[in-house]
Design a protein around this ligand. Structure first.
Ligand SMILES: Cc1cc2nc3c(=O)[nH]c(=O)nc-3n(C[C@H](O)[C@H](O)[C@H](O)COP(=O)(O)OP(=O)(O)OC[C@H]3O[C@@H](n4cnc5c(N)ncnc54)[C@H](O)[C@@H]3O)c2cc1C
Length: 377
């Protein structure tokens, strides 16, 4: 069987690795002229690292990243509100949670591919069904005949628009700045993800390598992200702990990127005949639970197992059955967390903080227990 993958993001690359390891031939078509690393970090949670362990990538990812032992929500002054201790899951699944530079992860994934060609500068414009399968047209005038297609082309997926034109993208009305800086965090923060919640805004930071910190900052907007200027970033977070202010100050402005946060309203179908969606193309989520890429990585694992075991339509059916409920649970919970994190009313903020403080750690553990558990195939 030959499979064509549209998109060389974390989802497309991981799927190609998993399929190669099952002896399934793949080609990747990527719109970018070169795979350029986004200037940001990423947290690979326990579920993603279990998949990378199966694919033989755990060790190299650990060597290039930084282990995270707890995920904390704090007040803007960094006083703790809630803490998820990840050591329980480390012991249970025998893998760590790793924070890593996105560029480093991309390079590790590309280096792991053996036979898959990555066709750069190939922006898919349409897919048409014909008697031999599918006819793919690209912006550079290339045309390719394909027997099966995986849409790993992200939130604004052209594959999805071709097979399911009526899906809707939801704007969360939040701007997100991301940056990486040389910064020596106090020792107590070196193996933690901390996310500080303020009033309609929040700031997260984590070490991704020796003296390198990845951070993200979000603010609610009314109409669009142009209401804010990168030059005023320090001002927006002026009321936060001095570590937050120093992290922002230490980052070169030209290395900070800004984006609006959106997700895909959950949909019930991810495939039609021999065309199937994975990753953000199928279930883009807001980043509030740090699970978007982790869910794409789980897709890669489950889909490759299904394609190894079953003929294609049965494989897509089983993949959707195994993956859709959990991916949608993440999308819904993440949307809710985003709303809770950006409350503006001081009374509601007080109640929310009280609730976070009083939630027993067993309840936090239970929620993560489900998220970190891989499907059995
Ligand atoms: C601020 C922020 C922080 C995040 N933090 C985390 C985190 O800590 N942990 C986590 O697990 N997730 C996180 N995520 C989510 C994560 O980044 C995404 O879920 C993940 O990158 C999705 O991977 P993907 O391969 O499905 O899609 P993408 O990464 O979007 O890749 C799609 C690829 O397809 C290509 N493409 C698009 N259209 C075409 C076309 N027409 N033809 C050819 N190629 C095309 C694109 O160029 C791209 O290379 C975060 C997201 C944001 C916005």
């Amino acid at each position: 069987m030959n499979i064509d993958i549209i998109g060389a993001g974390i989802g497309g690359l991981t799927t190609a690795i998993a399929l190669e390891q099952k002896g399934i031939k793949t080609r990747i078509f990527e719109q970018a002229e070169r795979i350029k690393p986004v200037g940001a970090g990423i947290i690979l949670a326990n579920n993603a690292m279990q998949v990378y362990e199966k694919l033989g990538l755990r060790k190299i990812i650990e060597e290039n990243g930084n282990p995270i032992c707890s995920m904390n929500i704090t007040k803007s002054n960094l006083k703790p509100l809630s803490k998820i201790d990840l050591s329980y899951f480390e012991q249970k699944h025998n893998v760590k949670n790793i924070a890593i530079h996105r560029g480093a992860l991309q390079q590790i994934l590309i280096d792991k591919l053996k036979s898959t060609q990555i066709n750069l500068n190939h922006k898919l414009t349409s897919i048409t069904k014909n008697s031999n399968g599918y006819y793919l047209k690209f912006e550079n005038d290339a045309q390719v005949q394909s027997s099966a297609v995986l849409g790993a082309d992200g939130l604004n997926s052209i594959v999805r628009k071709n097979i399911f034109p009526n899906n809707s993208i939801r704007n969360a009305n939040q701007i997100c700045w991301r940056g990486i800086t040389e910064y020596d965090l106090p020792i107590k923060y070196k193996n933690e993800l901390n996310e500080a919640w303020g009033k309609s805004d929040r700031f997260g930071f984590v070490q991704i390598a020796e003296n390198r910190v990845y951070w993200y900052a979000l603010k609610s907007f009314k109409k669009n992200k142009n209401e804010f200027s990168i030059n005023d970033l320090e001002l927006y977070f002026n009321g936060y702990n001095s570590i937050v202010k120093n992290i922002i100050k230490s980052t070169k402005k030209e290395q900070i990127n800004a984006a609006e946060i959106s997700d895909l309203k959950p949909t019930n179908t991810w495939f039609k005949e021999n065309v199937c969606l994975i990753g953000d193309a199928a279930h883009a989520t807001t980043p509030n639970m740090g699970q978007g890429a982790c869910q794409a990585i789980e897709d890669a694992f489950v889909l490759s197992e299904c394609l190894d075991k079953y003929e294609i339509i049965k494989a897509f059916t089983e993949y959707q059955k195994l993956r859709l409920p959990k991916a949608h649970q993440v999308v819904k919970a993440s949307w809710l967390v985003g709303k809770m994190a950006h409350l503006k009313n001081p009374i509601l903020i007080g109640l929310r903080n009280q609730m976070l403080r009083l939630t027993p750690s067993s309840a936090n553990r239970k929620q993560n227990e489900q998220i970190f558990q891989l499907a059995e195939i």
